[in-house]
Design a protein around this ligand. Structure first.
Ligand SMILES: CSCC[C@H](NC=O)C(=O)N[C@@H](C)C(=O)N[C@@H](CO)C(=O)O
Length: 704
């Protein structure tokens, strides 16, 4: 019996085989075994809802995503649809109700060696086995479908000189056989997050169904994979990380189109690509003031909702707003210009009268309704952070994933008339928590309200005050508003810590001025806001002011380093994937142009934590992954050397040090594999136990 109530149709993790912990947050094996939801797809008739669910593989060394069907009416338990050993993702429905997905299946069901590249599969609505619909020598990366008819659009990466898929295959084979991995770059960027860009770059292909899926199951089973028709043979690097949307009738695509603009900077235009001919026209050309992204074609195909991003500079942060482009006249107008929030994921209402838009607000990410007629914005949901929004064909309901710091993502139905949100019978139930979540706020010197989440362990009281962990979010332009498997406060709460999650200057969801307050001033207001939030919480009688630690990842790691050089109030500091010397980080991160708009050499100097190394007298746990291209490993290496060599707490002559460096040779900015995630939490919790609680460090046999 597991601690989580599950039906036979629900996901089981390896925790079920172990002794029962009070909650999954008391046991790292149970924690990493919790199922994780991502991605929703709704059939065009609104009767079928499919979610991706990741669970551990048999030896608990990887997550595998399967597709599950969830009853949109909430009556029937969720059921698993796919069972491939390497998993399935990107569920999409065709207009006829066939379920498409991307999967890597070793022999593609054909017995032939397919080099295990992800292919496009279909599970026909008419019944029968799943089969391959299309392949690409580089693997299928993304799939999009017109909602009412027409082509399936496939994104896959092609070698620049390959004019057809036969050449593509040959070029890839030659590189593989000769073990050539070299890339000759002519532009920027050259890396993204955890992988190299090039020599292959994304293109869009049409996969013309021509009614072939509407046949009988037996007819479908004999079908050969379809040909992919290249719509963008001249894409070069223009489609690198470019989002797109297909018109409902499948006749055209609107896509972001990256344009180099000199001095290693790239801007984003919007283009229209005709699916029949591949003809491309620029709809909106970016300039130094504005760029354009996140296109969504209206239900009648006559307009495009998009995000116009006021570009950032030394003087001001970026400012996105939602706009509407009329395709016939080419004229645009603002939809949310006066709304002081950053529009995120959006979906059209089927009658075209408005859009549902998700935006950060006050530690949450609610769903808002934006009226096309007058740009009116109305908040529809109360708690939680929403994602994967899909709207029912009759426009009466929407479905989404909803998460918060109280629970991981779950599938919900939102009644658009009443605003009622109902949890559906998903593949897993909410895990039991080892404490409670509350909201706290304080007013800082300039009058700004700084709010935070505070996770408290059961039993914290004036008689038994809890040690405090200040956890600083990354970005920095983001917010603590949703469940994160990487930054899970409840594992700390289960060990008796209270965890403070503040949203300081630069956080989203509090208006543009909150972001502007910290722009180019990372060591100023963002830091003092965090200290003020900590001061307010340690004044509580259920918190022990004498046992505190600070930690953060990425920008949160930057701030942890800054904290280390500016106060001795914490017993320990944990700094993950952190920015240490801004002159080094600035030009070596994967999108240097973005950061250089905010920080010139003077600001880099003023805000760089490495300048305060001699002031560091707090034990630090440094963590970094070698394949981190967002905050390159050089930051971690330099921090570690300088901490030992010249901090206020240097390595002793006998080689001993209270500092530690947890290094992951094959992880990136995020530590993702289940066993590495376990190691991460074990080492962090052990380090905190030693320095905050005064306990013996735990033995970690897997670390040698
Ligand atoms: C190249 S655009 C920067 C995106 C983002 N910053 C937004 O303000 C970012 O990746 N920042 C990292 C340094 C960072 O702090 N990442 C955090 C949060 O996204 C993380 O958890 O990875």
């Amino acid at each position: 019996m597991s601690h989580v109530t599950q039906t036979s149709e629900q996901v089981r993790g390896t925790a079920a085989e172990h002794a029962v912990p009070p909650t999954p947050f008391h046991d790292l094996d149970a924690y990493v075994a919790l199922p994780r939801l991502a991605g929703l797809a709704l059939s065009p008739d609104g009767t079928r809802l499919v979610a991706g669910v990741s669970t551990l593989n048999d030896d608990a060394t990887a997550y595998v995503t399967a597709l599950w069907e969830v009853d949109p009416g909430g009556g029937v338990p969720a059921r698993r649809l796919t069972r491939g050993a390497k998993g399935e993702s990107q569920a999409r429905f065709t207009a006829e109700g066939d379920l498409l997905f991307v999967a890597t299946r070793p022999d593609g069901g054909t017995g032939k060696d397919t080099d295990e590249k992800p292919a496009l599969w279909v599970l026909p609505a008419a019944g029968g086995e799943a089969r391959v619909l299309a392949r690409h020598p580089g693997g299928v990366e993304a799939v999009a479908v017109g909602r009412t008819a027409g082509s399936v659009l496939v994104q896959a990466s092609a070698m620049p000189s390959a004019a057809d898929l036969r050449t593509e295959e040959r070029l890839r084979k030659e590189r593989k056989e000769k073990k050539v991995a070299a890339i000759l770059h002519t532009g920027y960027p050259v890396r993204y997050w955890d992988h190299d860009l090039g020599p292959a770059a994304p293109r869009l292909y049409a996969c013309d169904l021509d009614g072939r899926l509407a046949g009988t199951p037996s007819a479908a089973a004999t079908d050969e994979p379809l040909e992919l028709r290249d719509l963008t043979p001249d894409a070069g690097t223009h489609l690198v990380r470019a989002g797109h949307d297909v018109a409902p009738d499948g006749s055209f695509v609107v896509s972001e189109w990256r344009v180099p603009e000199g001095r290693a900077s790239v801007r984003s235009d919007l283009v229209r690509i005709d699916v029949a001919t591949g003809e491309r026209t620029t709809l909106l050309a970016a300039d130094h003031e504005y760029e354009f992204g996140s296109p969504l074609v209206s239900p009648d195909g006559t307009a495009v909702a998009y995000v116009r991003r006021e570009r950032s500079s030394r003087e001001r942060p970026p400012r996105p707003s939602l706009w509407l482009l009329d395709l016939a006249s080419g004229s645009s107008r603002p939809l949310t210009e006066g709304w002081d929030r950053w529009p995120g994921e959006a979906a059209w209402l089927p009658d075209g009268s408005g859009l549902l838009v998700i935006a950060d607000e006050d530690g949450r990410a609610p769903v808002f309704r934006v009226e096309v007629a007058d740009g009116g914005v109305r908040r529809l949901t109360d708690d939680g952070a929403h994602s994967s929004l899909v709207v029912s064909p009759d426009g009466t309901a929407a479905f989404a994933l909803r998460a918060s710091y109280e629970h991981p993502a779950e599938v919900v139905r939102l009644d658009l008339a009443s605003g009622t949100v109902t949890s559906l019978r998903g593949p897993a139930e909410r895990p039991q928590l080892p404490g409670t979540l509350t909201e706290v706020e304080t007013t800082v010197q300039d009058g700004t309200r700084v709010r935070s989440w505070l996770a408290l362990p059961d039993g914290a009281s004036a008689e038994a005050p809890a040690p405090l962990l200040l956890w600083i979010h990354g970005g920095p332009v983001s917010s603590w508003n949703s469940w994160s498997w990487r930054w899970c406060p409840w594992l700390m709460v289960a060990q008796g810590y209270a965890v403070l999650l503040p949203d300081p200057a630069l956080s989203t969801g509090y208006g543009q001025e909150m972001i502007a307050r910290g722009w180019g001033r990372w060591g100023a207001e963002p830091y003092t806001d965090l200290m003020a939030a900590t001061d307010a919480v340690v004044a509580r009688e259920d918190i022990d002011e004498t046992r505190t630690a600070a930690m953060g990842g990425s920008f949160g790691g930057y701030m942890a380093n800054w904290v280390a050089g500016h106060t001795d109030r914490f017993k320990a500091i944990v700094t993950h994937a952190s920015l240490w010397a801004l002159d080094g980080f600035g030009p070596t991160t994967d999108a240097a142009f973005y950061w250089s708009r905010e920080m010139g050499p003077e600001r880099q100097e003023a805000n760089s934590p490495h300048r305060f190394v001699e002031e560091i007298r707090t034990p630090m746990l440094v963590i970094h992954g070698d394949k981190d291209y967002r905050v390159p490993i050089g930051e971690g290496l330099r921090l570690w050397f300088e901490l030992l060599a010249k901090s206020g707490l240097p390595q002793a002559e006998d080689g001993s040090t209270p500092h530690r460096f947890l290094y992951f040779p094959d992880e990136n900015h995020w530590i993702l594999t289940p066993q590495h995630a376990k190691v991460w939490y074990q080492v962090v919790l052990g380090y905190l136990a030693e320095h905050v609680l005064g306990e013996e460090p735990p033995e970690l046999p897997l670390l040698g």
